[in-house]
Design a protein around this ligand. Structure first.
Ligand SMILES: *[C@@H]1O[C@H](CO)[C@@H](O)[C@H](O)[C@H]1NC(C)=O
Ligand SMILES: *[C@@H]1O[C@H](CO)[C@@H](O)[C@H](O)[C@H]1NC(C)=O
Ligand SMILES: *[C@@H]1O[C@H](CO)[C@@H](O)[C@H](O)[C@H]1NC(C)=O
Ligand SMILES: *[C@@H]1O[C@H](CO)[C@@H](O)[C@H](O)[C@H]1NC(C)=O
Ligand SMILES: *[C@@H]1O[C@H](CO)[C@@H](O)[C@H](O)[C@H]1NC(C)=O
Length: 545
């Protein structure tokens, strides 16, 4: 044995050299005076610093609390029998736990719940409610007088420091604090003639350091019989009091509006009319209301404006349907939908970038990244008859068709949704039914991964009346989920009672993967496995686009 080790030692000259060097170092050390003292001091210092390190580690791990990451249930539901609901879902942090909470509104017909009676309201009443995003538990409820008109949450200037919800119902406008559900103010909306249309939010107009808002009214149906002028009325966000004068406008056949900010930050009101798309600057409206404000105006647009009305013609068309702000980088664009086409309008030069012919669309277009060019693409759903829809993805840069699939559908057919991932593409979620199984009792949700676009994941759900649907992240960079609000539609005055309850369900998107089948041409076991693994690997991004 000794021989063998000796041989080994010889066979490794490097090791030998090291050992010799070590010995020589030791020698030189012991030759110096006080060297052993130095060693013990060094040991003491080492032990002391080790002790300090450990003390710090222990302090941080046991004494000082770590920031607690909120725990959440991957699936929850909130169920309300004897109720009806409306197409509205908002996500905001109401209880300041860094997880977004969910706001919805329902019509309560159940006396035993005591929600309406607690506020001396007759039954049925409306209830605006916030439920905890982590577990679906109720955070607050705000009973309000029926009937419901519209609601907007995230309105700046309404909360104490933050945003709030504005509800138009019965004869009133009611501002509700998003954290407590307390009514901040309540004002009659009889000052607006047909005060039945949503608001536009604005910067501070009356110098009280809170954002203000305006309500626009127009009446497309009555326009042909007795012409009703359109009207814009400004309100203080702080108190709900009207500020300035009513602006009566001679706009012809308006049926929709949209708020828009140009690339230079000038706020405009876009008007959808039976003869095309027009814009009018908010500065002009504020001046007409006798408000002293200095809102920006876009010079190149104003040069084109009609001197008497201030209207700027952006896109003449007799079949305009919908306009959406296209949230691209750089200068903002508008996606313009008519009866038979979709176009992208660049707003700086007012040039049409592309136009694609379509049949009539079932829902508003959805934005998401499908291809790799970094330009937002567009998912649309065409009604091609025979209860069939063609779902298309159009390239945002050219309008070319990048992807398509045919699915069966029932009305209401929820609009598709998309969630951005950290890999700069989005995953898309849509509803329908694949052709193989045509029983009416099932409704499928599909997940589309742009890098595996020959396939889709299909999860079969019992068919319910989906009133509202949203896919979103409830926390920064994580917790990608979708929300489905089902139940009787509050806008259709149906008898309540024997009907389904109102139900809000949250599901984590990744939880659907294991419960889904794979749909597509030439599906085999390995491609299915690969697709599911690609979904499990996804990391989501909280950037919107
Ligand atoms: C709703 O949640 C409860 C538990 O919280 C669960 O028992 C029930 O199955 C859920 N309902 C649906 C339809 O998911
Ligand atoms: C409207 O608001 C006023 C003022 O707060 C209130 O007195 C009235 O009861 C409200 N009406 C309804 C129908 O909510
Ligand atoms: C789109 O529709 C217009 C008018 O119907 C037609 O002239 C044009 O050729 C169509 N374009 C394509 C690419 O089909
Ligand atoms: C409608 O669908 C049915 C069943 O899928 C099919 O037999 C029929 O030919 C379709 N009709 C049209 C007009 O496409
Ligand atoms: C159709 O749906 C029913 C009910 O979910 C299911 O049992 C059946 O296997 C499905 N058929 C096909 C061909 O997918």
């Amino acid at each position: 044995m000794a021989d063998a080790s000796g041989n080994n030692f010889e066979a490794e000259p490097l090791k030998g050299g090291e050992a010799e060097g070590g010995v020589s170092k030791e020698k030189s050390c012991t030759e110096k005076l006080g060297c052993s003292h130095l060693t013990s001091w060094r040991t003491a210092a080492f032990l002391l610093s080790l002790f300090l390190c450990l003390a710090v580690v222990f302090a941080f791990s046991f004494i000082l609390p770590c920031p607690v990451r909120p725990q959440y249930e991957s699936t929850w539901n909130c169920t309300l029998p004897d109720a009806a609901t409306y197409d509205f879902l908002a996500v905001e942090d109401a209880n300041e736990d860094k997880v977004l909470d969910v706001f919805f509104i329902y019509k309560d017909s159940k006396a035993s719940r005591n929600t309406c009676l607690s506020e001396d309201l007759s039954i049925p009443c409306l209830v605006l409610t916030a439920v905890d995003g982590t577990n679906g538990k109720k955070l607050w409820e705000r009973p309000l007088a029926a009937e419901f008109d519209w609601v907007e949450c995230g309105v700046k200037g309404l909360g104490r420091q933050d945003t709030g919800c504005l509800v138009a119902h019965a004869d009133n406008l009611t501002a509700v604090d998003k954290k407590t559900g307390v009514i901040r103010w309540q004002q009659s909306r009889s000052t607006v003639m047909n005060g039945n249309l949503p608001l536009i939010s604005l910067s501070d107009l009356n110098a009280d350091k809170t954002e203000d808002f305006a309500i626009i009214s127009y009446n497309p149906e009555a326009a042909s019989l007795t012409p009703v002028p359109s009207e814009v009325v400004f309100f203080s966000g702080k108190s709900g009091d009207q500020i300035g004068l009513n602006v009566l406008a001679d706009w012809k056949r308006v049926f929709g509006h949209q708020q828009f900010k140009t690339s230079s930050g000038a706020p405009y009101l876009l008007l959808l009319t039976k003869s095309g798309l027009y814009a009018v600057s908010l500065q002009r409206l504020a001046v007409l209301a006798d408000l002293k404000t200095e809102l920006k105006e876009e010079k190149s647009w104003e040069e084109k404006s009609d001197k008497s009305t201030g209207l700027i013609s952006l896109y003449p068309s007799d079949s305009l349907k919908r306009v959406m702000v296209y949230p691209g980088s750089g200068s903002p664009s508008l996606l313009i939908q008519t009866d038979s086409s979709i176009s992208l309008l660049h707003t700086d030069k007012l040039k049409i970038a592309w136009t694609t012919n379509t049949s009539s669309l079932l829902s508003a277009p959805t934005f998401g990244h499908f291809n790799k060019d970094g330009i937002l693409d567009i998912m649309i759903e065409e009604d091609i008859g025979n209860k069939t829809k063609r779902v298309l993805v159009l390239s945002g840069s050219s309008g070319a068709i990048l992807w398509e699939v045919n699915l069966l559908f029932w009305t209401p057919s929820p609009r598709p949704a998309s969630v951005l991932t950290l890999n700069t593409y989005s995953v898309f979620m849509l509803w329908g039914q694949s052709h193989e199984n045509q029983t009416n009792e099932m409704q499928s949700s599909f997940l589309l991964h742009p890098r595996y676009s020959q396939l889709m994941l299909e999860r079969r759900n019992p068919a319910r009346n989906i009133i509202s649907f949203k896919a979103t992240l409830l926390e920064r960079g994580r917790h990608a989920c979708y929300l489905v609000l089902t139940g009787p539609d509050g806008r259709q005055h149906a008898e309540l009672g024997e009907t389904d309850p109102v139900m809000l369900t949250k599901r984590k998107i990744k939880d659907d993967v294991s419960e889904s089948g794979v749909m597509g041409v030439a599906v085999d076991e390995s491609s299915s496995k690969e697709l599911k693994e690609a979904f499990y690997r996804l990391r989501f991004s909280d950037a919107l686009f």
